[in-house]
Write a protein that binds this ligand. Structure first.
Ligand code: FES
Length: 301
C-alpha cells in the first residue's frame, strides 16, 4: 500500500473519533431517548404493547430496517427516474419520479416512528450515532417535502435540487444506520447460542437455589439463570438478547424477569418475550430436581 493510500477502516475510525467529541449531541440524544422510553413505560400496558409492535417483537426481528427499505428504495428509484426524465424529456417518466418521491416521503413517517422507538431503548454507546442518524433523516424528509412542493408548483429545477440534497443526507444517514448495526450491534441478538444440553444435566445442588433469589450457573461456559418460584424452577439464558444485560440483576415478578437495562420482560417459563425492546426470545430450558440436584435440558424444537 502506498503512503497516500487510505488504510482499511481509517475513514470509519476518523468518523468515530469525531462522533466521540460530539458531547452536546450525545447529551441531547440521551435526554430525548430517555424521555421517550420513560413515556412508553409511564403509559403502562397499552403503550408498551404499541411500542412492542413498533419494535418488531411480533416479527422476531426489528421492524425499522424493513420499513427503511421501502423509504430508501422509493427515493432511490425516484432519483433514477428524475435523471431519466430530464435526459429523455418525458413527462410520463417525470410523473413516475414525482410519485416515487412522494411514496418515499410518506413512508418515512412510519419508518421514523419505528426508529424513534428503537432509539428510545438504544444501548448508550450507540446514542451519538443514533442521534445523528435521526437528525439527518429528519432534515432529509424536510428537504423532500420542499422538493415535492416545488415540483407541485412547477418549479422542477428547484425541486430536483432539494431532492438531490435530501438523497445525499439520506445516504449519509444510511451509512450511520449500518454503523449502528455492524459496529454497535443494535438490533442484533446478543443472547448466547445454546446447542444443548439435550439430555437432563445437573447444574446445581437443589439446596443452593433459595426461593425468590436468582442464581446463575455456567453451562458450556455460558450463563444460565435459575429461579425458584414455589414448586417451580425456571431456567433461561442469562444474557439479554436485546443488548447483553445480565438478567440475574433484573426484577423478577412471578414467572417474569424484567431486564435491568432497557426493561424488556421475558417469561421465565420458556424465555419468550412479554415486552420489548427485545425482538428475539431468550433460549429457555426445562428444569427438574433429581437426587438433590437441579437438572436442566434445552427446550426441544
Ligand atoms: S439489554 Fe436492553 S432490554 Fe435487556
Amino acid at each position: 500500500m502506498s503512503d497516500g493510500a487510505l488504510k482499511s477502516g481509517t475513514l470509519t475510525r476518523a468518523l468515530e473519533d469525531a462522533m466521540g467529541q460530539m458531547t452536546p449531541v450525545t447529551k441531547l440524544g440521551e435526554t430525548v431517548s430517555g424521555r421517550v422510553h420513560d413515556a412508553v413505560l409511564a403509559g403502562g400496558e397499552p403503550t408498551r404493547r404499541v411500542a412492542d409492535t413498533l419494535h418488531g417483537t411480533w416479527l422476531g426481528h426489528p421492524l425499522h430496517p424493513v420499513l427503511t427499505d421501502v423509504t430508501i428504495g422509493a427515493w432511490m428509484m425516484g432519483a433514477a427516474f428524475d435523471v431519466m426524465g430530464e435526459v429523455t424529456d418525458d413527462d410520463g417518466i417525470r410523473t413516475a419520479a414525482d410519485r416515487l418521491t412522494l411514496i418515499g416521503t410518506l413512508s418515512a413517517g412510519p419508518t421514523a416512528i419505528t426508529g424513534l422507538v428503537d432509539y428510545s431503548a438504544a444501548p448508550k454507546p450507540s446514542i451519538t450515532s443514533g442521534t445523528l442518524h435521526a437528525g439527518l433523516n429528519y432534515l432529509g424528509v424536510g428537504l423532500y417535502a420542499l422538493s415535492l412542493w416545488d415540483r407541485h408548483k412547477g418549479r422542477r429545477s428547484r425541486g430536483l435540487l432539494w431532492s438531490s440534497l435530501a438523497l445525499g443526507l439520506a445516504s449519509a444517514s444510511a451509512w450511520l444506520g449500518g454503523h449502528l448495526v455492524y459496529r454497535h450491534r443494535v438490533g442484533v441478538d446478543h443472547s448466547d447460542r445454546f446447542d444443548g444440553p439435550e439430555e437432563w444435566t445437573p447444574v446445581l445442588d437443589d439446596a443452593e437455589l433459595l426461593p425468590g433469589t436468582p442464581r446463575c450457573v455456567s453451562v458450556d461456559g455460558k450463563s444460565v439463570l435459575l429461579y425458584r418460584d414455589g414448586p417451580e424452577i425456571y431456567a433461561v439464558a442469562a444474557v439479554c438478547s436485546h443488548a447483553g444485560a445480565p438478567l440475574e440483576e433484573g426484577e423478577i415478578d412471578g414467572h417474569h424477569v424484567r431486564c435491568p437495562w432497557h426493561d424488556s420482560v421475558f417469561d421465565l417459563r420458556d424465555g419468550s418475550i412479554e415486552h420489548g425492546p427485545a425482538t428475539q426470545p431468550q433460549p429457555g430450558f426445562e428444569a427438574r430436581v433429581r437426587d438433590g440436584s437441579i437438572e436442566i435440558r434445552l427446550w426441544g424444537p
